[in-house]
Design a protein around this ligand. Structure first.
Ligand code: MET
Ligand code: ZN
Ligand code: ZN
Length: 424
């Protein structure tokens, strides 16, 4: 058995690479990942579908490479930090006396990327040999939508040739003792609404100012937000089952060297919203709501929906929700449940993730994808200040992956479902 402190220090080294958007140190991360791969004698391939944004693909060849393979995906980028609001430097990976490791990416999701490696290290040391081939992908730009990362990867011939049968990607920490697994997720819509209006004297009351037009929209958005949030608060729906709308920026006013001009009502005002649409919801009715209530032309408003420039959704081309089965029809689900139990972990009811991940790119290709990050007894701190993960939870998670990989890679029954997809 290897000394756990060596395992933790490898995790810390990965966390110490500043891969925060918007200028992630991808080259450094790639060097580190490739060095881990060499240590473990994994075959490696680096693809820059977009220059400077490496997708790193590693392979542990199975004894029956004809069988559909297993893909363990993780993203290498992290979200930005407000450094002065952290109690420890976000890229120091400080380990405190309770065993908590503080770093941006400690939960989202450098933990998972490194746990894949550590599980493979343990399996190799034990003499385990996979039947199915196992791939690890380390992809860039997840936090900005994955267009230059996972999206290009799944569209590539490289990906097609992997003959992937199941994808594991990130989930969320769980504050209780139950791990969580996710079979679907919401789709991000990044909405900017813009109000135009009559400019004029700051002291005059008149109709149709840009600010008033925008505020009417904001009031309407807030009523809708409250109605959705109430469903969650009442326990009628899960966080991943309602539409969330959160205002993330406001932009208006006429700048001056000392701040803003005060006695002028501006002719333009803008607001940005992070919206997430559940796979179980009808996206068209929301689109109508946006154009009729939140940004009506009749109120001199326009809007832009970033997501509609993208082709990846959580609905299929018929508008049906894309969900990964969590019953006996999906052997990978059953195997996951069993593996977690074998590792002495507990698994809660599967859910729809409230955030969005690269899993949707794989699911849209028709592949089953399960979101799973083995962190129990851990507050959900992704995208928050002071993101941390306890070292013992991290180490336990490695043993969970040992069981999962062992069982996935040894699963030989070629299901009818897999066979029929191969023919497509
Ligand atoms: C907009 S793509 C997803 C980015 C990130 N994972 C989020 O959920 O916010
Ligand atoms: Zn993530
Ligand atoms: Zn994230």
């Amino acid at each position: 058995e290897e000394d756990p402190s060596a395992i933790i220090s490898r995790f810390q080294r990965y966390l110490q690479i500043d891969t925060a958007q918007p200028s992630p140190q991808y080259a450094q991360a790639a060097d580190f990942i490739l060095s881990q791969a060499r240590d473990l004698s994994l075959e490696s391939q680096t693809k820059e579908f977009v220059q400077g944004k490496p997708v790193i693909l590693l392979k542990w060849l199975g004894s029956n490479p004809e069988l559909p393979s297993i893909l363990l995906n993780s993203h290498t980028d992290v979200v930005p930090v407000e450094q002065e609001k952290w109690s420890h430097h976000p890229f120091e990976a400080h380990l405190d006396r309770q065993g908590n490791i503080y770093a941006r990416g400690s939960q989202d999701m450098k933990c998972v990327g490194m746990q894949y490696f550590e599980a493979i290290r343990k399996l190799k040391a034990s003499g385990f040999e996979p039947v199915r081939s196992i791939y690890l992908s380390f992809v860039p730009d997840e936090e900005i939508g994955g267009h230059d990362g996972a999206e290009k990867f799944v569209d590539s011939d490289v990906f097609k040739n992997l003959n992937v049968g199941i994808v594991l990607d990130e989930g969320l920490a769980s504050p209780d003792e139950y791990y969580r697994a996710y079979y679907a997720e919401r789709c991000p819509w990044w909405l900017v609404i813009k109000a135009n209006g009559q400019p004029g004297h700051g002291a005059k009351l008149y109709d149709n100012t840009a600010m008033e037009n925008l505020l009417k929209s904001i009031e309407s958005v807030r009523r809708f937000r409250a109605s959705q949030f109430d469903l969650v608060k009442a326990g009628l729906k899960g966080e991943g089952e309602v539409v969330s709308v959160n205002m993330v920026f406001l932009k208006a006013g006429t700048p001056s060297p000392t701040g803003f001009v005060m006695n002028l009502q501006p002719s333009e005002a803008e607001a940005g919203f992070d919206i997430r649409v559940p796979p179980t919801d009808d996206p068209e009715s929301l689109e109508r709501r946006i154009s009729e209530e939140w940004a009506p032309a009749s109120r001199n408003m326009t809007f832009e929906l970033g997501q509609f420039k993208q082709k990846v959704s959580v609905h299929d081309k018929f508008g049906k929700p894309i969900l990964t089965a969590t019953d006996s029809s999906n052997p990978w689900w059953t195997l996951l449940e069993e593996a977690i139990r074998k590792a002495n972990g507990k698994l809660g009811k599967p859910k729809i993730l409230f955030g969005s991940t690269d899993a949707r790119h794989f699911r849209q290709r028709g592949l089953p994808a399960i979101g799973f990050s083995p962190m129990a007894n851990t507050p959900i701190l992704l995208h928050d200040h002071n993101e941390f993960l306890n070292k013992d939870e991290y180490l336990k998670g490695i043993d969970v992956y040992v069981e999962i990989i062992k069982s996935y890679a040894s699963y030989v029954e070629h299901t009818r479902k897999e066979a029929s997809r191969d023919e497509l």
